[in-house]
Design a protein around this ligand. Structure first.
Ligand SMILES: [Zn+2]
Length: 202
């Protein structure tokens, strides 16, 4: 894990009964931090907030990081929470743990990962959705020229899942929508345009 100056591990504790490893990380008193918005150096700490993050297991021990995350005061931008090198803002997990969750999600259902890690699957979905939404928003569809539509009814007469597939590259699903075909075209056209694709009328 990336713990560098002014951060340091101040204490560790093994809880043998609950098989938990607790690690406390803190910054050196009087430290200054850059503004997360404009990058201005040496901003003073305004206040701190205690945060607990789940980290990857240490042997059979579930590992938790306890840290005081400072908010700094920037003359230009106001009071803002700084970025720490080991976690995303608002996440309940460290970056290493998020990478582990994403790896597991390629091999097993999220509900099963939840049982394996002893975590609520809603929290896990939040991580997976964050990274997949991010990847989707960067996708470039400018080379797509012929698409195929495949409609499957999930529950007869009720919900439909429709896949739009790039015919030239049959392995790549472009779009996955829970809608009937006619309505899907509106969603797909928008998706295509959002990702640099062009629509041609025949
Ligand atoms: Zn600033």
């Amino acid at each position: 894990m990336n713990v560098k100056e002014p951060w340091q591990i101040t204490s560790t504790e093994f809880d043998l009964t609950s098989e938990k490893l607790n690690i406390w990380i803190d910054f050196t008193r009087g430290s200054k931090f850059p503004c997360p918005k404009c990058g201005k150096l040496n901003c003073s700490v305004y206040d701190t907030k205690e945060k607990v993050l789940r980290h990857i297991n240490y042997f059979q021990y579930s590992t938790y990081l306890h840290c005081r995350i400072p908010r700094i005061e920037c003359e230009k931008c106001g009071v803002l929470q700084i970025k720490v090198p080991w976690a995303r803002e608002k996440s309940n997990f460290t970056l290493r743990m998020e990478a582990h969750i994403l790896e597991l999600s390629k091999r097993m259902p999220v509900l099963q990962i939840g049982k394996l890690l002893g975590e609520n699957d809603t929290k896990l979905w939040r991580v997976i959705n964050h990274y997949t939404d991010n990847a989707r928003s960067k996708e470039d569809l400018s080379d797509v020229c012929v698409v195929g539509i495949d409609e499957t009814s999930c529950k007869k007469g009720h919900e439909y899942i429709t896949l739009v597939v790039d015919i030239k590259d049959s392995k790549s699903n472009i779009c996955f929508v829970k809608e009937k075909t006619l309505r899907l075209f509106t969603s797909f056209n928008k998706d295509l345009q959002d990702h640099n694709g062009k629509q041609k009328q025949h």
